[in-house]
Design a protein around this ligand. Structure first.
Ligand SMILES: [Zn+2]
Length: 315
């Protein structure tokens, strides 16, 4: 698909969204369908026969008597927010191109920023776990960048997140058209870090194209071949056709990070990268992105706030 078709596709309109997910009952029915596509299944024994405890909206298994709710064991568990609020959050996260800050999300959902932050980070966790195991293959453009740190001319304030080293890799067709993006935080640009990233993320036999940064040669430890193209730096590098897509992706994410998000803690960077990566990799089907996220969300285990604040899990 040509690039302009990505940019101008319709996506899911707010009117369509309201038709599909506009009430709590509609959302419950949709979640039921995502979670149990062929009818109720007991999470303990797998039994299908059940009764409904209407007052508490619980399902009770006839076989083992286990009671379960629609959202128990999913990322929506233990939430005070309505499912309708979660659905609207999924809508904003998937349909806004540059991402949405938790302040803005809170405003749109009519909830506190803390509630919006929790919802957003739980959904970003879903995105991260979903794409963590997907590997790139064939021709891969790779480049390095730093996120955050001091702004030019500005004074570094307290709690400034500092610079976080990241690596971007784009799988392309042999002609250099982008297929799939991977963004990862690394603990410095070291051979051991690049080797780990390549072993986890690239198929052996891939051909990695990068500039002169020496640690990138470590992709050979993961069975990949490595081609170095010396580009120089700055504007000249950005214009080198071999790195067109990886440079575009890095420029976009830096814009999104500085424009949408004021300060990101280094420990939370992987989730922000996952959010960006998730949207990029599904850019050809904007309208389907929301239900696909919901389907995965009911298959992602709960993530308590305590863990969410601690750091990324499962990256
Ligand atoms: Zn059971």
């Amino acid at each position: 698909m040509a690039r302009n078709k990505v940019q101008f596709q319709k996506g899911l309109s707010e009117a369509e969204f309201d038709d599909l997910y506009g009430t709590e009952e509609k959302c419950r029915a949709v979640v039921f369908g995502w979670r149990w596509p062929s009818g109720f299944e007991c999470p303990t024994c797998g039994g299908a026969r059940h009764s409904i405890i209407k007052t508490r909206r619980l399902y009770q298994c006839t076989g083992c008597r286990r009671q379960t709710s629609l959202i128990a064991g999913t990322i929506f568990a233990a939430t005070k927010a309505s499912l309708r609020t979660w659905f609207r959050a999924m809508y904003h996260l998937t349909q806004s191109k540059g991402g949405i800050s938790s302040i803005e999300l809170g405003r749109r959902l009519g909830v506190t920023q803390t509630t919006a932050w929790k919802i957003k980070h739980k959904l970003m966790q879903v995105m991260m776990e979903r794409d963590a195991g997907k590997r790139l293959k064939g021709r891969i453009e790779m480049d390095d960048a730093y996120l955050g740190g001091a702004r030019s001319g500005g004074k570094r304030g307290r709690g400034s997140p500092g610079k976080t080293p990241i690596v971007a890799a784009v799988e392309t067709t042999p002609e250099g058209k982008p297929i799939r993006l991977k963004l990862r935080r690394v603990n410095g640009f070291r051979r051991s870090e690049i080797a780990r990233l390549a072993k986890n993320g690239f198929d052996p036999g891939s051909n990695v194209v990068s500039d002169g940064l020496r640690c990138f040669a470590a992709v050979t430890e993961a069975g990949c071949s490595h081609q170095t193209i010396i580009t120089g730096s700055g504007r000249k590098a950005a214009l080198t056709p071999a790195f067109k897509w990886v440079n575009t992706a890095l420029a976009n994410i830096k814009n999104a990070m500085t424009g949408t998000y004021r300060a990101i803690r280094s420990k939370h960077v992987p989730r922000y990268l996952a959010e960006f990566e998730y949207r990029f990799n599904r850019r050809y089907d904007l309208a389907a992105m929301m239900p696909r996220l919901g389907y995965v969300a009911v298959r992602t285990p709960p993530m308590p706030y305590r863990l969410l604040k601690l750091a990324e899990v499962g990256a």
